[in-house]
Design a protein around this ligand. Structure first.
Ligand code: ATP
Ligand code: MG
Length: 514
């Protein structure tokens, strides 16, 4: 062997050793989230890369949150957006996500978790930009579609009025931002849109106003009387949460309460929690959808201006209970465009029908089709969905050999038969902590999942949840009870109202014969 050969081999060996060391150092948690383990031969570890989307379907209590979304969130090294409806799910992860001084902000319109760091947001901010005003208005009104569903059937009319309402709301946001007005002024216009003349005048006269928006506004509010009436109602529905003073005070900036710097929060690997609730009387969906879009747009803005043209580490959007929290109209396009920019998406829904109700059949199917990894729990009652999945998974060829004995002696015949790999009822009967995984062009498999509250790390999480609960209880003690508020209101009434005997509404005035 020549000296040159020895040096070459030496270099190759050291390169291989370096590669082996790098392989040993490789941490999959940096590039994806752990889904579970396959149950087939080999029991392979299953990881979902951050540039692949995932959709989780399972009935109440099946484990969507604790087996998949929470582990993914806890393992995400970068910033995250989380939508949820259960305060317990928030309290389970908030301390872990705040570790290392990472910022956390919670939008809690209903004040369920007092004492948690609040997300403060001004919906009018930035609406000088007409594109932003339009996006924001559309996000607000998109959240009304589900609330307008009648008889469990998605109402096309609701979608029409959401679009009409967006024209009005975008004009209001834009007009307010152009003239330094605030959300208070917007609400004044929203309370009686047809008689609000200021926005149209501003849009007509202001040199920076988007051209023709005054016409759009007039057309939406002063056309056919019934249509205009429904449009006005939709606008009011979209902004309804803000008509509650406590909710408005909690969510929007005020004296000593500056708006949360979302871009800074994302840069520091922080977490935005949007805590909604399923409530037919007070849906938080319009507000949550608008804020979720704003957070995602901010992350996207950071991604495109980042040195590598993508967010690194990835940003995780963990959209639990998607149909009832923030049914983002842009989700499908975001799936297609943004996963390559370091924005990762995982969503959960209890049933397929819920998605159809808020997105419509075509859009829901497109969303389903664009989701790289579909995870389905058993225990549901939607036979049609399970049947479709069974068909999607396909069949396998089974060879059957039949033996017969007759007068001519013994005979044997072989025939092939295609049988479903998984029958619909087998999907429904999947046990707890198991889920069907349909992943891109891979073979379907049953995944064994790890519940995040199991084991030692689970105990630590539950202890952190208890501590967070205690903080919430302390925060709640500081907020006035209903009885205290009633007493305060009555005291104020006595200060401002005339004595009862002089009041035109006092019972003495209405006594018959007087
Ligand atoms: N602290 C806890 N201790 C023990 N079990 C729990 C605890 N919290 C939840 N569970 C159980 O874990 C299971 C999975 O709960 P998980 O919240 O993940 O369900 P889910 O599919 O997200 O349901 P939902 O649609 O209602 O949000 C449920 O059966 C629930 O009863
Ligand atoms: Mg859940």
């Amino acid at each position: 062997m020549t000296g040159i050969d020895a040096a070459k081999i030496g270099r190759q060996v050291s390169r291989r050793l370096a590669d082996a060391a790098a392989a040993r150092r490789f941490d999959p948690a940096g590039v994806g989230w752990r889904l579970g383990r396959s149950t087939g031969p080999g029991r392979a570890e299953l990881w979902v890369p951050y540039d692949r989307t995932a959709g989780v379907y399972g009935p109440q209590g099946s484990g969507k949150t604790l087996d998949l979304l929470t582990p993914a969130l806890l393992g995400a090294p970068g910033a995250a957006l989380v939508t949820l409806t259960k305060p317990d799910d928030l309290l389970l992860t908030i301390d872990a996500r705040a570790e290392g001084g990472r910022p956390v902000a919670v939008l809690d319109p209903f004040g369920v978790t007092p004492g948690m760091p609040e997300l403060v947001w001004d919906p009018v901010a930035g609406c000088v930009d007409s594109m932003l005003a339009e996006r924001r208005a559309k996000a607000f009104t998109a959240g009304t579609v589900r609330g307008a569903v009648a008889g469990g059937i998605a109402d096309d009319a609701a979608r029409f009025y959401a679009a009409e309402g967006a024209k009005v709301l975008q004009a209001f946001f834009h007009a307010a931002a152009l003239t330094g007005r605030t959300l208070h002024d917007v609400l004044q216009w929203v309370a009686d849109p047809q008689h609000a003349t200021a926005p149209e005048e501003i849009l007509r006269a202001h040199p920076h106003a988007a051209p023709f928006w005054d016409g759009l506004l007039r057309g939406a509010l002063h056309g056919d009387e019934r249509t205009a009436g429904n449009t006005a109602t939709t606008v009011q529905q979209a902004m309804s949460l803000f008509f509650q003073q406590p909710i408005r005070d909690r969510c929007v900036p005020g004296p000593g309460r500056p708006a949360t710097d979302i871009a800074a929060l994302i840069r520091q690997g922080g977490t935005v929690y949007l805590l909604g609730r399923e409530d037919p009387y007070a849906s938080a969906a319009p507000l949550m959808t608008a804020i979720a879009e704003h957070v995602l747009d901010t992350a996207l803005g950071l991604a495109v201006t980042a040195p590598h043209g993508r967010l690194c580490p990835s940003f995780l959007a963990c959209l639990d209970e998607l149909p009832s929290t923030a049914p983002l109209p842009t989700l499908r396009t975001r799936f297609a465009n943004e996963r390559a920019l370091g924005l990762s998406f995982i969503y959960a829904a209890q049933t397929w029908r819920q998605l159809v109700i808020c997105y419509g059949e075509d859009e829901a199917r497109a969303l389903f089709g664009l989701t790289n990894n579909i995870v389905v729990f058993g225990g549901g009652k939607d036979g049609l969905f399970y049947r479709e999945l069974s068909e999607l998974i396909g069949t396998t060829r089974v060879t059957r050999t039949t033996y017969s004995i007759g007068r001519g002696g013994m005979g044997r015949s072989t025939a092939g038969e295609d049988v479903p790999i998984l029958r619909p009822e087998e999907i429904r009967q999947l046990p707890e902590r198991r889920a069907l995984l349909v992943s891109e062009n891979a073979r379907p498999l049953i995944a064994a999942l790890t519940r995040c509250i199991d084991g030692k790390s689970g105990q630590a999480l539950l202890a952190a949840q208890d501590a967070a609960r205690a903080r919430v209880a302390a925060g709640r003690r500081q907020t006035a009870s209903a009885a205290e508020r009633t007493a305060q209101a009555l005291a104020r009434t006595q200060q401002i109202a005339p004595p009862p005997d002089r009041s035109p509404f006092s019972s003495t005035d209405r006594r018959p014969g007087q």
